[in-house]
Ligand binder design. Structure first.
Ligand code: SAM
Length: 107
């Protein structure tokens, strides 16, 4: 995870909610959950098998209670009011409807 992500999460402080779009097998989501123990993570990917594996890995790594993995496209991932939305190594950004990100912005 890059220094930029670390800096943003430090700035956002404790109890941050983060959406990881195109999370794949959940490596980045799980890494963030471990690094920021008071955070709540949401991992979305449109590949069902990846989400199943990500959930199993999170449980095995002891952070499953703070990560909700769900099958969802970058075009229509659920929820709003995330403090921070991340995309790692993902082409999903090209498919994002920008209004979805506007919905995540603080008022
Ligand atoms: C190269 S992998 C990166 C996975 C993860 N972000 C990481 O860094 O380990 C790209 C992921 O984006 C997902 N993806 C691509 N387009 C997507 C879309 N439109 N909606 C949701 N997921 C998408 C793929 O299923 C794949 O798991």
């Amino acid at each position: 995870m890059g220094a930029a992500v670390h800096s943003v999460l430090i700035l956002l402080g404790d109890r941050t909610t983060v959406a990881d779009i195109g999370c794949g097998l959940g490596s980045s989501t799980i890494l963030m959950a471990k690094a920021y123990p008071n955070s709540r993570l949401y991992g979305f990917d449109y590949h069902e098998q990846s989400i199943e594996l990500a959930s199993a890995t999170a449980d095995r790594e002891g952070v499953g209670d703070r990560i909700a993995f769900e099958v969802a496209s970058a075009k229509a991932f659920p929820g709003r009011d995330y403090d921070f939305v991340v995309f790692f190594d993902s082409c999903t950004i090209w498919e994002i409807r920008w209004e979805r990100l506007d919905m995540c912005a603080p008022p």
